[in-house]
Write a protein that binds this ligand. Structure first.
Ligand code: MN
Length: 734
C-alpha cells in the first residue's frame, strides 16, 4: 500500500475527500515513526497505511482514515495530543487519543482482567464508534501479520482476539470482519485443530465439489423457471465456527449437517419470500431450521431468511436468502450505514437499528449514566456469559443461566455456604433466580448456615457445585456426630461413668479413628458400638458386651433388644380382639363387578385414604395395592390386569386395616416398650413385630399394624418420630 493508493481508494467512494488532509497525515506519521520497523522487518509506516486501507473497504469518512494513519503516533513516537489537535483539529485529536487509551489497556491483558478491560475499552471509546472501527481494523492487520510475532506471544493475542475483538465485530454486525478475525486467530490459538479441520474441509470440498455445482445449477434453474433472478453463492462453513460447534455439541466433523450452505441474493424483500416459496415447494424443509430474520431482525440489524432443505441428492443444504442491501449490512454492519458521512440528506428514513443502538449508547454516556449504558449494551457482547457486580464494583463473570448462588460462591466459598438471601439492584429476590447482565448483586449471609443439598442441581458453575457437595457432606456428618454423642452419653450413664470429651480423645488410638468427631459420627452411623467406646475409655469396664462375645441375658432383658436380632413377636390376641382375618366381603371396595375374592397385597396392605389399584390374577382373585406401592411396577406391562377401584366406606366406620411400618430406634433398655406404648396409646393394634439389627446401637423394627385409616396411621407415625429414641419411622410401601 502506497500513500497515493490510499488516496485513490478514498476518492473512489468519496469524490469530495480532503486529499491535502490525507497527505498531511501521511507525512506527519511517516516522520514520527521514522526508522521504526515492524516485527516483519517492514517499515513501521506500512502498518497504519494498511489499517487505513481496511477502513476504506468500509467506506469511512476522512477523519476516520486520518485517525487510522495516526493511530500509533502518540503511544509509539514523540507526537503529542496537543500537536495533533493543532495540526489536524480537535475531532481527529479525540479519535487518536481514544485509540491511545485502548493501546494502554492492551498492556494489562491478563486473561482474568479481560472482561474488565473490555468494559473500560468500551467506555473509553463509545463516545465515538469510529475509534472502535479503527481499533478493529488495527487488530485485523495485526492478526494478518501475526506470524511475524514471536511464537510465545501469538497464542495470547489470538485468544484475546477470539474473546474480545471478534465478538465485538459480530455485535456491530460486521460479519466479514468477524470471520476473518476468527479465522486468523484460530490458526494460532489451536494450530492443530485448525490444521485438521482445514484439511477435512479441503477433502470435503474435493469430494463434493461436483455436488456443489449440481446443487447450485439446480437452484438457479428452478428459480429462473419461476421468473426470479437470483445470485447463488455456495459457501463452506469456516473452520472456527465448525470447531466451536464440534466443541459445544461434542460432535464429530461427520455429524455436522451444515458445512455446506448457499446464499441466495435478490433485489427486494418481496423476492426473498418468492425465493423461499420456490425452494420450499421444490424440496422438503428440515423442521426447526427455519428462521425469518427479515420480519424479526437480530439486534445488530442482521436481516435474512435461513432455512435448511433436503436437497436434490438427499443431503441437507443450508440456505440464506437476502437482498443485496441485507447482504451488505450482514458483511459490513454498522459501517455499511456509512454513519459518519456528511450528507445527512442521504439515507434519511432508513435509520438502522445499529444506528439507534449506537445513538442511544452515546446519548446515555452524554447524560452521564455509564452504569445504565453498561447494563444495556456492552454486556450483550458476550452472549454466553453474564457479567454482574458486587456492591463494591468488582466484576464477576458467570456463565449464562447462573444464579445468585453461583455468584455467592464466585465471590467466596464462605459467602456461598452462608448465603440466605440476596438483593439484586437493591431489591430482595430469591437466590435461585437467574442473574442478568449488569446486575449488582448483594448476598445476605447468616452464620452457621448449611447450603441445602438441592442447590447442587441448581448451581451452574463447577465451583459452586463442588462447594455445596462438600458442605452438605459435612452437615450430614455433623448430624451423625450429634446422634453419636447422644448414644455415647447414654451408654456412659448406663455404665455408671461420666462422659468427657478429653477422656475419649485420649482413647482415640484404641478406636482407630483420627478425631473425636470421627468417633461420634461412626457411632451415629452405627459403625462403632457405643459399648466399645465405653470400654476404650475404661478398659476394665465389664458391662455390656458385643454380641460377638455373648454373655447371655443382660439385666436389660427382653426390652433391651441387645439380643433381639431376628426376633419376631406375635402380639397375643391382637387379631381376635378387633379384626378377624380380612375376607373378600370384609374389604369394602367399589369398582369390582365379579365375585372374585379380594385381598390386600402382602407387606403393608392399604388403608382408607390411600389411592388404590386392584390387580387381577386369573383363577385367584383381586389384590389391592396402594398406588404408591413399588410392587405395582411388576405389572406395568400388563394393563389388562389393572382395575380402577375405590374405597366403599363411610366416615366413622369401625373397621381396621393392615399397614406395615418400619421404625429405627437407638438400642437401649426399654426401647421396645416405648414403641409399643406409643402405638397402644394412639389406638393402634400391633399384629406382628420383627426386629432386625443393622448394628449394635440401632434396631430396626418392622411392625404390622392395624389402623382405622391413613390419617390414623400418619398420626401414629408422627408420634413415634417425636420420641428421642426413634431415629426414623416410615410406612413400608409409603
Ligand atoms: Mn496499530
Amino acid at each position: 500500500m502506497r500513500q497515493y493508493e490510499l488516496v485513490e481508494r478514498v476518492r473512489r467512494y468519496n469524490p469530495h475527500a480532503d486529499e491535502a488532509l490525507l497527505n498531511r497525515a501521511y507525512v506527519y506519521a511517516m516522520k514520527a515513526h521514522g526508522s521504526q520497523k515492524r516485527a516483519s522487518g517492514d517499515p513501521y509506516m506500512s502498518h497504519p497505511l494498511e489499517v487505513a486501507a481496511i477502513l476504506t473497504e468500509l467506506k469511512l469518512d476522512d477523519a476516520t482514515i486520518v485517525a487510522a494513519v495516526l493511530h500509533d503516533t502518540i503511544e509509539d513516537t514523540e507526537a503529542t495530543r496537543e500537536e495533533i489537535d493543532r495540526l489536524f483539529g480537535h475531532e481527529i485529536g479525540e479519535l487518536v487519543d481514544g485509540l491511545t487509551k485502548i493501546r494502554r489497556l492492551d498492556l494489562v491483558s491478563k486473561k482474568a482482567a479481560q472482561a474488565e478491560n473490555l468494559r473500560k475499552l468500551l467506555l473509553a471509546v463509545s463516545s465515538d464508534i469510529r475509534v472502535l472501527l479503527v481499533k478493529l481494523a488495527d487488530r485485523l492487520h495485526n492478526m494478518r501479520t501475526l506470524h511475524f510475532v514471536p511464537p510465545e506471544k501469538r497464542a495470547r493475542i489470538a485468544e484475546e482476539t477470539l474473546d474480545i475483538y471478534a465478538p465485538l465485530a459480530g455485535r456491530m454486525g460486521m460479519q466479514s470482519m468477524r470471520e476473518e478475525l476468527e479465522d486468523l486467530a484460530f490458526r494460532h490459538f489451536r494450530p492443530d485443530a485448525y490444521e485438521t479441520i482445514s484439511k477435512r474441509l479441503v477433502d470435503f470440498f474435493s469430494e463434493s465439489g461436483s455436488l456443489v455445482t449440481k446443487i447450485e445449477t439446480e437452484l438457479r434453474d428452478r428459480l429462473q423457471a419461476a421468473g426470479l433472478k437470483v445470485d447463488v453463492k455456495g459457501r463452506l462453513k469456516k473452520p472456527y465456527s465448525i470447531w466451536r460447534k464440534m466443541e459445544r455439541k461434542s460432535i464429530s466433523f461427520e455429524q455436522l449437517s451444515d458445512i455446506l450452505g448457499f446464499r441466495l441474493i435478490v433485489n427486494t424483500v418481496e423476492e426473498c419470500y418468492a425465493v423461499l416459496g420456490v425452494v420450499h415447494r421444490a424440496w422438503p424443509s428440515v423442521p426447526g431450521r427455519f428462521k425469518d430474520y427479515i420480519s424479526t431482525p437480530k439486534q445488530n440489524d442482521y436481516r435474512s431468511i435461513h432455512t435448511t432443505v433436503v436437497g436434490p441428492s438427499r443431503q441437507r443444504v443450508e440456505l440464506q436468502i437476502r437482498s443485496i442491501e441485507m447482504n451488505e449490512i450482514a458483511d459490513y454492519g454498522i459501517a455499511a450505514h456509512a454513519l459518519y458521512k456528511d450528507d445527512a440528506a442521504n439515507g434519511v428514513g432508513h435509520e438502522s437499528r445499529a444506528y439507534t443502538w449506537l445513538r442511544r449508547t452515546v446519548e446515555q454516556l452524554a447524560e452521564g449514566d455509564p452504569e445504565e449504558f453498561l447494563e444495556h449494551t456492552k454486556l450483550e457482547l458476550f452472549h454466553d456469559q453474564v457479567f454482574c457486580f458486587t456492591p463494591k464494583g468488582r466484576l464477576i463473570a458467570l456463565p449464562r443461566g447462573a444464579t445468585a448462588i453461583d455468584f455467592a460462591y464466585a465471590v467466596h466459598t464462605v459467602v456461598g455456604n452462608s448465603a440466605v438471601g440476596c438483593k439484586v439492584n437493591g431489591r430482595i429476590v430469591p437466590l435461585l433466580a437467574p442473574l442478568h447482565n449488569g446486575d449488582e448483586v448483594e448476598i445476605v449471609c447468616a452464620e452457621g448456615q448449611v447450603p441445602p443439598a438441592a442447590w447442587e442441581s441448581i448451581a451452574v458453575t463447577g465451583k459452586a457445585r463442588a462447594a455445596i457437595r462438600r458442605s452438605t457432606r459435612e452437615a450430614v456428618r455433623k448430624q451423625y456426630a450429634g446422634l453419636g454423642r447422644r448414644i455415647i452419653e447414654r451408654a456412659f450413664v448406663r455404665a455408671g461413668k461420666t462422659y468427657e470429651d478429653e477422656r475419649l480423645k485420649a482413647a482415640l488410638p484404641r478406636l482407630a479413628r483420627p478425631t473425636l468427631d470421627d468417633v461420634l459420627a461412626a457411632v451415629g452411623r452405627g459403625e462403632i458400638y457405643s459399648g466399645d467406646v465405653v470400654r476404650a475409655v475404661y478398659p476394665d469396664y465389664k458391662g455390656e458386651r458385643t454380641i460377638s462375645q455373648p454373655t447371655g441375658k443382660t439385666e436389660a432383658g427382653w426390652f433391651g433388644l441387645k439380643q433381639a436380632e431376628g426376633l419376631v413377636f406375635k402380639v397375643p390376641g391382637a387379631q381376635q380382639e378387633s379384626n378377624p382375618e380380612p375376607s373378600s366381603q370384609a374389604i369394602p371396595i367399589r369398582g369390582i363387578e365379579s365375585d372374585l375374592p379380594v385381598k390386600f397385597a402382602p407387606n403393608g396392605g392399604a388403608v382408607p385414604g390411600d389411592r388404590i389399584i386392584g390387580i387381577l390374577t386369573k383363577g385367584e382373585g383381586i389384590t389391592i395395592y396402594p398406588i404408591q406401592s413399588p410392587s405395582l411396577m411388576a405389572f406395568d406391562d400388563q394393563p389388562e390386569r389393572w382395575l380402577d377401584v375405590r374405597w366403599d366406606i363411610e366416615e366413622g366406620h369401625r373397621q381396621r386395616f393392615p399397614a406395615q411400618i418400619s421404625v429405627t430406634v437407638i438400642n437401649e433398655p426399654g426401647t421396645l416398650a416405648q414403641i409399643a406404648t406409643v402405638i397402644g396409646e394412639n389406638d393402634g393394634n400391633i399384629d406382628t413385630l420383627t426386629v432386625t439389627g443393622p448394628s449394635q446401637d440401632f434396631r430396626e423394627m418392622l411392625i404390622d399394624i392395624e389402623v382405622w385409616d391413613l390419617k390414623h396411621l400418619n398420626a401414629i407415625l408422627s408420634q413415634l418420630r417425636m420420641r428421642p429414641v426413634v431415629s426414623k419411622a416410615d410406612r413400608v410401601n409409603g
